[in-house]
Design a protein around this ligand. Structure first.
Ligand code: ATP
Ligand code: MG
Length: 723
């Protein structure tokens, strides 16, 4: 095959990185300089030119979505599907290893992943059982446990330094872990820690994976935490070839244990490292890039780098001072309307905010304006109560010892099992070191009143019956049967009004999710186990199933790595962003500024920055100053918009000088490409165009293939026929 597509559209520095010798490589570069592109092309280069088997590559990205996108891009560069290529998040990859080697990892085969809500519930129970006083806040205990795990520490590694509070924390960590181990429950931090211990303690297994994964490709390296780095380090050994890309200015997860210092550590651990710097930005207009550079220049802790663009100067950054949060939402929606009316894709517009709760008002506005939108990480489908109820049934069917699921549904729908009965089960379980399931069976036969015993036995019987009835159903029918036969649907139907209705709809949507779920034939687990793991892993990211063209809403944290022609940074107020708790902490403030840099650099063409003088959030009214980050953008790049006179005035009647220049990003129009168009691909078969972006040689389309799922293809070298 002609290698040109892989090296085309790369500058010299990018090409140097893509074609580097098999030696440790560190690409360190600012936003939008093509780091992710380099990583993708590197993978394709290794496979296609260096003839490295895809089997020998391990690629780590930051989200499942990014992983899927990377796979698509590699496939479109190679113009063929690549199987046996491991691409995923650290958590996803760790999970895969634990599934394969559950025995060596000391886990039951049907172990379940618990998300942070489940984790918190277990900890609450623990704190209550131990009859600790109110100074023991479950959330703080949770934070402590996760922080230790992120550092790779077990209770036995911890010293209380003679501090009784710390001693109790360590004891709680130990108790919590025992509880999880007994129920076969694995929290997010545990996935990483166990996967590390798996290799550390099984030299033969490690040797196997070292032989297998020669090339380790890591995106967003600046946000790796201690245990992730240790895991990579272990895998790389002396012979592996780590190829990592990152930007110290975009390190935004310190609060979750990420350590930007790993960039320096890497160079110490791998002294032969070649460092490549990329300095040209291809994403944003000069105005946007200069503004971002000016803001981040206020940070003292930086490795320092130049970033320039050949791109056009572009439009000024519009700063809008809203009267309150509703006015802010109206403004944003007015601009979105213009954008859509001009024929742009909704999906090319993103509204970013600092904290999740800010989305509600924006969502209301979008709903009223009938603009379709999608929230990433906010309304997490798999975290909605009714969905978790249904999943708990499924999990209990898969594993009777899953206490967290047991407690969740033992009396849901209500079946006469009261708090006292549950408490009796708990103390039996505690005294006998057994699961709630076993405890329930044991006490039903002697300790309980006959009414309570009947209720408990009926529940145990129900679960056994569901397990039996669905044992040879396919996943979709299994889910469908369970949500009905468990009584959940009827339970929520009784809840009159919109809420109950939405819950029923959500449950039914779970059946569709199961229907659309494609188990990976390479995974050695039942489709149900795989679906449940998928649900737990996806919940952290929200879902992206809607292929409808819609506006994107997300926190600035979730926007990392993404780019959009039109971006709104909303809620830019001191106290909100920078966040209140970081205002008096220099390190915290620098992290917030990096987050602001991430936010600004998501924009390709048009950037709006909005703040409100008065804001009602979490039920409280606040009056705030505009974010200090706004004043860090030099005036020359800013145009202020202040419609104080009449707040309710429709924004699109603003004076022409304030109107955004019209921008055309309707790609592929000249090539006759349109959304919904049917196409045929030489390898992937027939499909429909869902999305397109970029222009000329860079134009790409997203195609939903009837068999292969959705893929992004570069028009200029994908062999696509219009039908
Ligand atoms: P971030 O720091 O935000 O993760 P990044 O460094 O990973 O950004 P990419 O997302 O890889 O940057 O690239 C930014 C944009 O620039 C993308 O649209 C990419 O396709 C484009 N791009 C990168 N390199 C080139 C190039 N040599 N020629 C044309 N476009 C490029
Ligand atoms: Mg990137």
């Amino acid at each position: 095959m002609d290698v040109t597509p892989i090296l085309e559209n790369l500058n010299d520095a990018q090409r140097q990185a893509v074609t580097a010798e098999a030696e440790p490589t560190l690409v360190i570069a600012g936003a939008g300089s093509g780091k992710t592109r380099v990583l993708t092309h590197r993978a394709a280069w290794l496979i296609d030119v260096e003839r490295i088997s895809p089997h020998s590559l391990l690629a780590v990205t930051f989200t499942n979505k990014a992983a899927a996108e990377m796979r698509n891009r590699i496939e479109s560069l190679l113009d063929m599907p690549v199987r046996h290529l491991w691409i995923g998040t650290f958590h996803g990859l760790a999970h895969r290893l634990l599934r394969r080697h559950w025995r060596e990892a000391g886990l039951p085969q049907s172990f379940q992943i618990i998300d942070s809500d489940d984790q918190l519930r277990l900890i609450k129970r623990l704190v209550k059982n131990l009859e600790l006083d109110d100074s023991w806040v479950p959330r703080e205990v949770q934070y402590f446990i996760n922080a230790q795990k992120d550092e790779g520490l077990r209770p036995k590694h911890l010293d209380d330094d003679g501090d009784p509070h710390r001693r109790q924390m360590i004891a709680l960590y130990g108790e919590y872990q025992q509880l999880c181990d007994r129920g076969g429950l694995v929290d997010f931090a545990e996935l990483l820690l166990r996967a590390h211990e798996l290799w550390r303690d099984n030299p033969e297994l490690l040797a196997h994976y070292r032989r297998r994964f020669q090339h380790l490709l890591v995106d967003e390296f600046q946000d790796t935490n201690a245990i992730q780095y240790a895991w990579l380090r272990l895998l790389a050994g002396d012979g592996g070839v780590p190829f990592v890309v990152g930007d110290d200015d975009q390190s935004i997860y310190r609060w979750r244990g990420a350590r930007v210092e790993h960039i320096r550590q890497f160079q110490k651990d791998f002294p032969a490292t070649t460092v490549v710097k990329l300095e040209q930005n291809y994403r944003s207009t000069a105005t946007i890039l200069n503004a971002a550079n000016a803001v981040i220049a206020n940070n003292a802790e930086r490795m320092g780098k130049n970033l320039w663009t050949e791109g056009a100067e572009g439009e000024a950054i519009r700063v809008y001072s809203a009267y309150n949060e509703r006015d802010e939402a109206d403004f944003v929606i007015g601009r979105l309307r213009d954008w859509i009316d001009q024929g742009n894709l909704r999906a090319d517009a993103a509204i970013l905010y600092r904290s999740n709760a800010q989305s509600r008002v924006l969502e209301e506005g979008l709903i009223n304006a009938r603009i379709p939108y999608r929230v990433y990480g906010g309304l997490r489908f798999f975290e909605r109560a009714e969905i978790k109820d249904a999943l708990a049934y499924l999990r209990l069917i898969a594993n009777r010892d899953d206490d967290s699921s047991f407690e969740r549904i033992v009396n849901r729908p209500t079946r006469g099992i009261g708090a006292r009965t549950v408490e009796a089960m708990r103390s039996y379980a505690r005294a006998n070191s057994c699961s709630m399931w076993r405890a329930a069976g044991a006490i039903a036969s002697d300790e309980l009143s006959s009414r309570a015993a009947n209720a408990v036995l009926a529940f145990l019987h129900l679960i056994e019956r569901l397990a039996h009835e669905t044992s040879d159903f396919d996943l979709q029918d299994q889910v469908d049967h369970v949500i009905h036969a468990s009584g959940l649907i009827d339970f929520f139907k009784k809840d009159k009004g919109e809420k109950g209705e939405t819950r029923v709809e959500n449950l039914l949507e779970l059946v569709s999710a199961a229907k659309g779920f494609e188990p990976d034939p390479a995974e050695e687990m039942s489709p149900l186990d795989e679906f449940l793991s998928h649900a737990a892993l996806e919940a952290g990211e929200g879902q992206a199933e809607a292929w409808e063209d819609c506006v994107q809403l997300m926190t600035m944290h979730s926007a990392k790595g993404l780019e959009f022609p039109l971006v709104f940074l909303s809620g830019m107020e001191d106290g909100l962003f920078p966040h209140q708790r970081s205002i008096n902490d220099p390190n915290g403030l620098e992290e917030e500024r990096r987050l602001c840099y991430v936010g600004i650099t998501r924009a390709k063409q048009t950037l709006y920055v909005t703040h409100a003088e008065q804001r009602r959030l979490h039920g409280m009214d606040n009056f705030s100053q505009p974010s200090r980050f706004i004043s860090e953008i030099p005036d020359e790049y800013v145009e202020e918009i202040r419609p104080r006179v009449q707040v309710t005035r429709p924004m699109h009647t603003a004076s022409p000088s304030r109107r955004r220049r019209s921008t055309s990003i309707a790609p592929g129009a000249e090539a006759g490409i349109r959304l919904g168009q049917r196409v045929r691909h030489g390898k992937f078969g027939d499909g429909v165009i869902l999305n397109c972006e970029g222009q000329g040689a860079h134009a790409r389309v997203e195609v939903n293939f009837e068999t292969g799922g959705t893929k992004w293809l570069v028009l200029s070298y994908a062999n696509l026929d219009l039908m």
